[in-house]
Write a protein that binds this ligand. Structure first.
Ligand code: PEP
Ligand code: MN
Length: 351
C-alpha cells in the first residue's frame, strides 16, 4: 500500500509508480478513501529493491506492508479512518438499521411501498428489498427486473437509500445504471471471488456501499475479511460486513446465530459490522432477541426483514419479517443497549 504525501498522486506521479511496479510484476489500484487516496498494490510486494525505489520517491510518504492475508481491511490499514456513509448516516457511528422486505413482489407493489414508508417511520436509515433472489429451488420465484422500478420508487417517495442483492454481472450493471445505493452480496456468493472482484471494480470510485453477507459455511473470521478484501482491492472501500448465521444450524433456528462474531471482527478491521438477525434465526418471533444481542455485542447496526403484512409476502417474508411496530420498538431498544454496552468495549483490543 502506498500512501502519498499530498491527498493524492498526480497522473504523472502515478504513471512513474506504475512503471516501477510493472518491472516487478505488480499493479496498482487507486482507492479513494474519505480522507486520502491510497494506492493498493497487487502482486508480490515483498521485493526489497522495489520497495526501496518507491520509498525513495519524494512524493511518497510511506510504503506499508501489512503482514496479514488482508491488507486494506486490516484495522491498521491506511483506510482505517475511512467512513462508510449510508445516506445521512455514518456506519460505525451509533447504531443504524436497514430494513424492508426480503422480496419485492412485482404483482403487489403497494406492499413494498407501504413497508418502505413504515420502516422509515420506525427509524430505519435505508430500505432493503430483493429484486433478484438466490433460491435453493430453481422452481421458486427468482425475482424480476420489474421489481427494480418499485425499489427506485420507494427511494423517491421516502428519500432513503435503497439496498438490493446482485448475483451476476448483468445485475451489477443494471443497479449501477439505476444508482442503487447499497449492493448486497448474499451468503451464497460470499466466496464467489469472480463476483467479488467484479463488484469491487464495478463500484470503484463511487459512493456505492457493498454489504457483504458472511458465507453460511464460513469458519474463520479471516476468511470473511479476505472476501471483503476482494471488494476493497477492486477499488471500493465502502464495505459493510454482515454476519447472518452459519451452518450447521442450531436445531430450531434457520442457521447458527453469529452476532457474537461482531467484536472479533471489530478487533481486526475498521469496517462497520451490520448484523442480519432475520436469516440467522429465521423466525419473526426470534428476530428481536438476535437483534438485541447484536446491539449488545457492539454491532454497528442491523439488516433486518420487515413487512407491513408478512403473511401476504413472498420469499422469506411470511416466516421472517417483523412488523413495523416491532421494528420501531426494536430500533429504540437496540440503540439504548448499543450505547450502554459501549462502556464494556473500551479499550478496544486490536488483534
Ligand atoms: C436476503 O437477504 O434475503 C438473503 C437471501 O440473504 P442471505 O444471502 O443471507 O441468505
Ligand atoms: Mn430473505
Amino acid at each position: 500500500m502506498i500512501l502519498p504525501r499530498e491527498k493524492s498522486l498526480t497522473s504523472a506521479q502515478l504513471a512513474e509508480v506504475e512503471g516501477i511496479l510493472a518491472e516487478y510484476g505488480c499493479t496498482v489500484t487507486v482507492i479513494s478513501g474519505t480522507t486520502r487516496t491510497i494506492y493498493a498494490i497487487s502482486g508480490d510486494e515483498r521485493d526489497e529493491e522495489m520497495v526501496g525505489r518507491i520509498e525513495g520517491l519524494d512524493y511518497v510518504e510511506r510504503f506499508d506492508r501489512i503482514q496479514a492475508p488482508y491488507r486494506l481491511m486490516h484495522h491498521a490499514s491506511d483506510l482505517s479512518s475511512h467512513k462508510v456513509r449510508l445516506g445521512d448516516a455514518v456506519l460505525g457511528d451509533g447504531f443504524h438499521v436497514i430494513a424492508g422486505q426480503c422480496t419485492i413482489d412485482p404483482m403487489n407493489p403497494q406492499y413494498f411501498l407501504e413497508t418502505a414508508h413504515a420502516v422509515k417511520e420506525a427509524g430505519a436509515v435505508a430500505i432493503r428489498g430483493g429484486v433478484w433472489k438466490p433460491r435453493t429451488s430453481p422452481n421458486a420465484y427468482q425475482g424480476d427486473d420489474k421489481a427494480l422500478q418499485i425499489l427506485l420508487r420507494a427511494r423517491e417517495e421516502t428519500g432513503l437509500p435503497v439496498s438490493t442483492e446482485v448475483m451476476e454481472d448483468r445485475h451489477l450493471q443494471v443497479v449501477m445504471d439505476a444508482g442503487v445505493d447499497v449492493i448486497q452480496i448474499g451468503t451464497r456468493n460470499a466466496l464467489n471471488y469472480g463476483l467479488l472482484k467484479q463488484v469491487g471494480r464495478g463500484t470503484a470510485g463511487t459512493r456505492t456501499v457493498v454489504l457483504l453477507k458472511r458465507g453460511m459455511h464460513m469458519g474463520p473470521v479471516d476468511e470473511f475479511l479476505c472476501a471483503a478484501e476482494y471488494i476493497a482491492a477492486g477499488g471500493n472501500p465502502n464495505v459493510v460486513l454482515c454476519p447472518r448465521g452459519t451452518k450447521p444450524e442450531l436445531d430450531g433456528y434457520r442457521n447458527f446465530p453469529d452476532e457474537s462474531i461482531s467484536p472479533l471482527l471489530k478487533a481486526r478491521t475498521w469496517a462497520p459490522v451490520v448484523v442480519d438477525p432475520s436469516h440467522s434465526v429465521g423466525k419473526a418471533a426470534f428476530v428481536p432477541f438476535a437483534s438485541l444481542a447484536a446491539a449488545a455485542y457492539g454491532a454497528d447496526g442491523l439488516n433486518v426483514e420487515a413487512h407491513v403484512c408478512g403473511s401476504k409476502g413472498i420469499g422469506d417474508d411470511p416466516k421472517q419479517a417483523i412488523t413495523p411496530a416491532i421494528l420501531a420498538r426494536l430500533i429504540r431498544d437496540c440503540k439504548e443497549i448499543h450505547g450502554r454496552s459501549a462502556g464494556y468495549r473500551l479499550p478496544v483490543q486490536k488483534a
